[in-house]
Write a protein that binds this ligand. Structure first.
Ligand code: FES
Length: 129
């Protein structure tokens, strides 16, 4: 059996939503201290909907595939749904990851959550008198 599913290879070779959103509503950056990989997520949120999402990942193939799939899963979704995205859902959507690569999908979950927290902080700050 191949180590990586076709979907993992596809998202690794042709990652969706790579890049930067200049006027992002929220930005999240996370890393894994053990492997040194870093993931950065940019969200554009309007009316509580994820209108756009982009990422930059300096990391392994599984981290790139996980970020790419995660952006596809939350694009166009309400914030409340994006908040619920788990690394298991990302890995399942990729038709699985090897056990020792599951932590790569955790980065995607954490990066999205961190970007959502950033957005929440900014919107709360804006609404202060
Ligand atoms: Fe660290 Fe994949 S090996 S994110």
């Amino acid at each position: 059996m191949a180590l990586y599913s076709e979907k993992v290879m596809d998202h690794f070779r042709n990652p969706r939503n790579v890049g930067v959103i200049e006027d992002a509503s929220g930005i999240g950056e996370v890393g894994n201290a053990k492997c040194g990989d870093i993931m950065k997520m940019y969200l554009k949120i309007e009316d509580d909907i994820i209108q756009d999402v982009k990422f930059e990942t300096f990391g392994c193939g599984s981290a790139i595939a996980s970020s790419s799939m995660a952006t596809e899963l939350i694009k166009g979704q309400p914030v409340s749904e994006a908040m619920k995205l788990t690394n298991q859902a990302v890995a399942e959507a990729l038709d699985g990851l090897p056990d020792y690569k599951m932590h790569c999908s955790v980065l995607a979950e954490e990066a999205i959550r961190s970007a959502l927290e950033d957005w929440r902080k900014k919107t709360q700050a804006d609404s202060l008198p």
